[in-house]
Design a protein around this ligand. Structure first.
Ligand code: BGC
Length: 811
């Protein structure tokens, strides 16, 4: 069943009922100011950091769900409704929500009064605009009231929901003209405030939540709205809100627009206060003025759309698969940008107060957005690398505002260091910018202790080399990519967190997955050394890679697939000798994509085992058979009920690894089949089963053992976005950036037909037509660049040349 449709021309997903299975959200914001915005106008806003600078409140785990946002209430002769349906939930005569790239537009109507709200964060200001347009479609004059409503958060979202003994006494606001200022904390010489403005003088306002709602009432029936007049309350402590009240009249056919701006101001040092204790309102007024008319708002929205059009033109495909086209050209890349902005901090499944930026997460996310915003990717790499320790290990997470490592979580996830090599090599291949390697980057954010980025990479590599276990495989530490495989977690007591217990090193548990990573990224590191002309270091790295390759074949192969690990007692994990958890997806995907076992014929065997044992119609499960009880030697993974999350859920993140692995051995049919299984656009028709948004990837889909097989969770903030984009753009469609140019090496289903790709690479435009006249799955027989046949399949990048016309003949 569908709850909407794709409008590819407008690059929008159009939701046609507010009653979606779960809130279907969008992200507004490109730089520092962000909002989460659902199809019923729920959500919240923050500046830079969803934990530390939260502007509006949001109650997770709420009932009814998604109850809190930026609301407009309309009261026409006692009939009260919201354009986004929530929170009043009055039946609407029509409803539509268009989630576009960085903006959302909800249009609905009741009794021939139409309300349309367009919400977006303009490109260059720290604010969210809500442009409301009301139209009277009836033949009668209409008189009605309009109330806006937002609830302020007292900045630190954790403190806001815990420290009531203080917080209920600190709220302060100020109202001047049509602007409501939220000033809480300005007394302690903070330099920031928020405001909510309207571009028209209201007939009243409220800033006290209690006054607006009335005692024992919820936001679904506020007293002020029912009484049809505001109370002009000035909040003092308790819960500050901002609500404007307008008494409006529209003639038949008449439309009226009102622009609301929710903004954040951080005064510069020199303009902190007009005088102590008084906020400087001038910067807010400047921003409000910039969006003071409908025309100005339309222009700002147009600029935002152009920005996205430009970004997405860096990679686009035309094939005979419309669902593939729309995912590659629009939604997959869009999601990659959202993961760039959010990492794992704020979604409807991540509270914004827990996990900030993940070291491994952000490194992987970068693989999906480096072609969109290389400059910001560069900056991100340097931020991430600054949280690395001298021995090459790294903080597992850091806070976006401070960019400092999270001390509570610390380090000890032994895959982390290698992901740095992954993202740096992707960045250099995309941009050709080797200068990043010479940048001085601190260890542990300590500027007095820095080394070049290249040295950081070397330490990453060395960390694995110096942390090998009895089988010469990498020690897993607290966990590897699979956070929940805690093989050294003997000491967990009830109530303790898995990830913060157990020694961070050893004693001896080893990971075949990290071994696969080492082979892949050790080779990447070696190729960087090669490009730099550091042949001794290249040789050293390749030698270590060879040794690791041999160790995997020797101790990491289980007969029909790759083993997952050895636990702290050196017992096998992910082996046919195990009673449960006999085969895991991660080493099959990663070892094969790293090239392990290809020439020995093991790769195909491993991937056939994946198909036979882990595949379902909704995607490939993480392991089988699922763990039915808790195993002390395995940790959190076995704490999940069978079929969920890491315990045999379909973890979408590593499905593309298997798809890539299939391309490595040339099986395009299977690679694409895997791609389609978890691809949102292909799941749109089963939205009632899948439940999360059909335009973005979710982290997990319930596996075959789960009660609700096929149901997805944790949409938006997942490495799936980046890896799927890498898979489809570089391995299936086969356009791979490399140091010296673009490599073309498609691996597609035999009936895929011809297709074209437009790729912007280092400011040059490549127009690539791939012809598959022989209906093969892999293989390039001839490439013609600007009328001339080239040797091999690398299209060399030539400085100064701006366009390349390329025809590729598969066969
Ligand atoms: C984390 C990833 C991790 C994955 C598998 C996700 O929630 O963000 O870092 O690799 O789970 O455990």
């Amino acid at each position: 069943m569908k709850f909407g449709f794709f409008d590819d021309n407008e690059k929008e997903y159009v939701i046609t009922t507010p009653k979606t299975p779960l809130p279907w959200i969008n992200y507004l914001g490109s730089n520092d100011f962000f909002s989460l915005y659902s199809n019923t106008s729920g959500g919240y806003s923050f500046y830079k950091d969803a934990k530390l600078l939260r502007l509006t409140r949001y109650r997770y785990n709420n009932i009814p769900t998604d109850n809190g946002g930026k609301y407009f209430y309309i009261n026409e002769n006692g009939t009260i409704w919201n354009p986004g349906w929530q929170p009043v939930k009055a039946e609407l005569d029509s409803y539509e929500c268009r989630h576009g790239l960085g903006y959302s537009k909800i249009t609905s109507s009741k009794n021939q009064l139409e309300a349309s709200v367009t919400a977006f964060v303009p490109l260059n200001d720290n604010c969210e605009i809500n442009q409301l347009i009301l139209t009277n479609h009836s033949n009668e004059k209409k008189t009605f009231s309009l109330f806006s409503y937002i609830e302020f958060c007292l900045w630190n979202a954790v403190d806001d929901m815990t420290n009531f003994q203080r917080n209920l006494s600190i709220g302060e606001v100020e109202v001047e003209d049509s602007v409501i200022y939220h000033k809480t904390e300005y007394r302690e010489r903070r330099n920031h405030y928020a405001y909510f403005s309207a571009n028209e003088k209201p007939d009243g306002f409220d800033t006290s939540r209690d006054a607006f709602l009335g005692s024992y009432r919820g936001i679904d029936h506020p007293q002020v709205v029912e009484q049809n007049t505001s109370s002009n309350s000035i909040a003092s402590g308790w819960s500050p809100i901002a609500s404007h009240y307008f008494n409006l009249t529209l003639e038949p056919g008449e439309s009226k627009g009102i622009v609301f701006v929710l903004g954040y101001i951080e005064n510069k040092e020199e303009e902190k206060w007009e005088s102590p204790g008084i906020i400087n309102k001038a910067p807010a007024k400047t921003v409000i003025e910039r969006y003071f008319t409908d025309e100005k708002v339309t222009t700002a929205l147009h600029e935002l759309k152009e920005y996205w059009k430009h970004l997405l033109s860096n990679y686009s495909v035309e094939s005979k698969e419309p669902k593939l086209n729309r995912m590659v050209n629009i939604w997959n890349q869009y999601q990659c940008m959202v993961t760039f902005n959010m990492s794992r901090s704020a979604s409807y499944f991540e509270s914004g107060t827990g996990r900030g930026m993940g070291f491994r997460d952000s490194c992987q996310d970068l693989l999906g957005f480096v072609h969109l915003i290389p400059d910001r990717a560069r900056e991100r790499i340097l931020d991430i690398a600054s949280t690395q320790f001298e021995d090459g290990s790294a903080y597992h997470q850091y806070q976006p505002l401070t960019k400092k490592g999270n001390l509570d979580i610390g380090s000890g996830f032994n895959d982390d260091p290698l992901w740095l090599i992954a993202c740096v090599s992707a960045y250099i291949k995309e941009t050709g910018d080797f200068s990043i390697l010479a940048e001085l980057v601190p260890f542990d954010n300590d500027k007095t202790n820095s080394a070049t980025l290249f040295e950081h990479l070397k330490r990453s590599l060395n960390y694995t080399i110096t942390h090998l276990g009895p089988h010469k495989l990498p020690l897993i530490g607290r966990a590897d990519w699979n956070d929940c495989l805690n093989l050294n977690c003997f000491s967990k007591e009830p109530g303790e967190s898995f990830q913060t217990t157990g020694p961070s090193e050893g004693p001896i548990a080893e990971s075949v997955f990290i071994a696969g990573m080492f082979v892949k990224y050790g080779k990447e590191y070696a190729s960087i050394c090669h490009e730099l002309g550091d042949y001794d270091e290249e040789k050293r790295a390749l030698l270590a890679v060879d040794e690791m390759y041999d160790a995997v074949l020797q101790s990491g192969w289980d007969g029909d697939w790759f083993l997952r690990a050895y636990d702290a007692a050196s017992e096998k994990v992910g082996s046919k000798e195990c009673s449960e958890g006999q085969i895991f997806i991660e080493p099959q995907g990663f070892c094969v994509l790293a090239g392990i076992g290809v020439k020995e014929g093991l790769a195909q065997k491993a991937l056939d085992s994946v198909k036979e044992r882990l595949d379902t119609k909704y995607g490939i499960m993480l392991l089988q058979p699922a763990y039915t009880k808790y195993y002390l030697n395995l940790g959190e993974i076995s704490s999940y009920p069978p079929g969920y999350k890491e315990n045999a859920g379909i973890f979408c993140h590593n499905n593309p690894w298997v798809s890539i692995a299939e391309t490595v051995i040339g099986r395009g049919d299977r690679a694409f089949e895997i791609y389609k299984k978890t691809c949102p656009a292909y799941l749109e028709d089963i939205s009632e089963i899948h439940r999360t948004e059909p335009y973005v990837y979710s982290q997990m889909i319930a596996g075959a053992d789960a009660a609700f097989h096929g149901e997805a969770k944790n949409s938006w903030l997942t490495g799936t976005a980046a890896w799927t984009f890498v898979n489809v753009s570089q391995f299936i469609l086969g356009i791979k950036p490399d140091y010296k140019g673009l490599i073309v090496d498609p691996c597609v289903p035999s009936n895929f037909g011809n297709y074209t790709v437009k790729r912007v690479f280092r400011d040059a435009e490549y127009f690539i037509t791939v012809k598959n006249l022989d209906s093969v799955q892999k293989g390039v027989k001839k490439i013609i660049v600007d009328g001339v046949e080239i040797e091999g399949n690398l299209i060399p990048f030539e400085e100064g040349k701006t366009t390349y016309q390329v025809t590729v003949f598969m066969g």
